[in-house]
Design a protein around this ligand. Sequence first.
Ligand code: AVI
Length: 321
Amino acid sequence: MSSKNLDFGSFAQDVMLGLSSYPKTLPSKYFYDEKGDKLFQEIMNLPEYYLTRKEFEIFENQHEEILRPILNLGQYFNLVELGAGDGLKTKIFLQYLIKEKADFEYFPIDFSATVLEELKLTLKTEFPGLTVSTIKDTYRGSLIKRDWDNGRPNLILFLGSNLGNFSLEEAYDILNHLRIGANHQDFVLLGLDLKKNPQTILDAYHDSKGVTKAFNLNLLDRINRELDGDINRENFIHWPTYEPVSGECRSYLVSMVEQTINLKALDQSFHFDAFEPIFTEISKKYSLSEIDDLAVKGGFRTVKSFTDKENYFANILWQRL
Ligand code: AVI
């Protein structure tokens, strides 16, 4: 592949642009190859990674109230999920909706084909009568195309603090897409991690088993594999930070030596100074009032906020104005 005709928005082009920038950066969406999907599953089960457990707790204890507004419409509806992953938490909703004999179709959307295949298989065995239409796309892509749109009301799930993987500016752009993707009076259920003891947050991204470190470093293995690179991952460390004012948890890969890496598929070399970082991920945390602000500026009305017992995590039900 010549570096002059890379596909726009492709892994190759994003790596090329990211490693040529200052500071160097790599988009976190590329964590999720086959190995990365497995590591993320492991992360969700780590004692330090409270996010998944807390959202699960909210769904287990409050699913009836969360789903009441869409059920009260008494009509066939679409349950659309952006970044569905393994659907573990959503299965609580599916189980309840089926028990309530609700008429609905489930549209899980994910960027990873492997994840969608696995999800479809488990749903087929666990909920044989459920109508499922998977969509492989990005958040923005799916919200522009609206492949689920059949004139019926929608409940759009955007869970797991996935919006937190964007800066505030990008988050507003995603919300803008969400507003365009939803119809007037559609519901959106957002899952966001809340600001809390900074140590608790930092520990979630610096676990004692080193799984998050492996998740971050896997990006370098992916570059080596897919772009014929010669990166020595031993030359990099995983470095998470948390800044309590902005609520930004940021992860870096820091080059511990001065080095040049070569990516044969791009026909390019990239130089690193000693201690030069690559910014790989933002996991932004919000306060409840900052989330209210997102709703107002994004064009949504807050129906209700649901939190776990420790106020670690929030699921906020919005309605599109
Ligand atoms: C998917 N996303 C919400 C996770 C997060 O917490 O930002 C990804 C993750 N990165 C490191 N650990 C988990």
